[in-house]
Ligand binder design. Sequence first.
Ligand SMILES: [Zn+2]
Length: 337
Amino acid sequence: MKIYIFLVVFFFIENFSYSQFKTKYPEIPRIDVHIHISDVDKVPNYIRVRDTLLSKYNVNFAFWITLEAINKPINSPDSISNAADGRMLCAFADYKPHLGLNHTAEYFEKKKSEGFIGYKFWFGSYYRVLKNGEIGIKDIDDPRLDSVFSNAEKSGVTMLSLHIADPNGPYGNRLDCIQDPVFFWRQIRSFENVLIKHPKLKVIAAHCLWLICQDAQIDYLRYMLNQYPNLYIDLAATFQYYYLDNTANLRDFMIKYSDRILYGTDSGGIKSDEVENIALRYSKTFRILETDEMVNGAFWGKDRAIKGLNLPKEVLENIYYKNAIRLYPNLKSSFRP
Ligand SMILES: [Zn+2]
């Protein structure tokens, strides 16, 4: 009986303290550079998440970049922005590697003039979308894809949240996506060939370029950011894997490269009854970045204990909004805290 009472009390304290998270930094606005919605009627629930984050967690969630819902082009970036009370900008996207094959420089110019701020290219792991060897493009440095990068480079279009490879964990815990480390590294190396060939191309790589699920991968990420000054990364959908890393290493990495890292979640459409839960999931990512507490779960994935990184304020400012304002076309003029 005593143990039972203890457990009940412990459960309440645990949950009570959990819901009590309030940011230490209400003055820092946050931008999510990686969400996926295409429909105007899906926008208002993001504003409700913003309201909930403010009232419950003291968080000022200021702005979003939508990369379109998968295979659902946005027709009017202006109508998305209007529905979001001016707090959302749009990229245009291709969610199969071969869809970019015929993009000319004129096509990129046209998209820019329609109000899109960049191009989201999804390369994958190709086999997730190109079944049965469809068209046979297996590496992002395939010469047939070269025109995508040259034309984006020529027209000054930023590659927003470009997705390469998938998570590859350490031996014994390879995770579900890529079991084969040789395939994983082939994807990373072929992406590096693209950067070598297109030094002026500005790329924000999605998901920390997936070099975030092993400590040695973080070292390679250090090398990539050192080597390629036009390369940046977003944090979307990575938080749930931080338990695989040495916390001090990850923290050191984020501090040193804070001017190259952007906050993101990979959030999609939000239903009305999901607003509270999405706000809670956002709050977990802030808690991971801002505190040194053990955080139960992240935005995605299983509820697993993740040690907070307790990042300094200047680092958080860079990651949460300063880098995005500096890098993303039109953001400076559209942004308000
Ligand atoms: Zn995404």
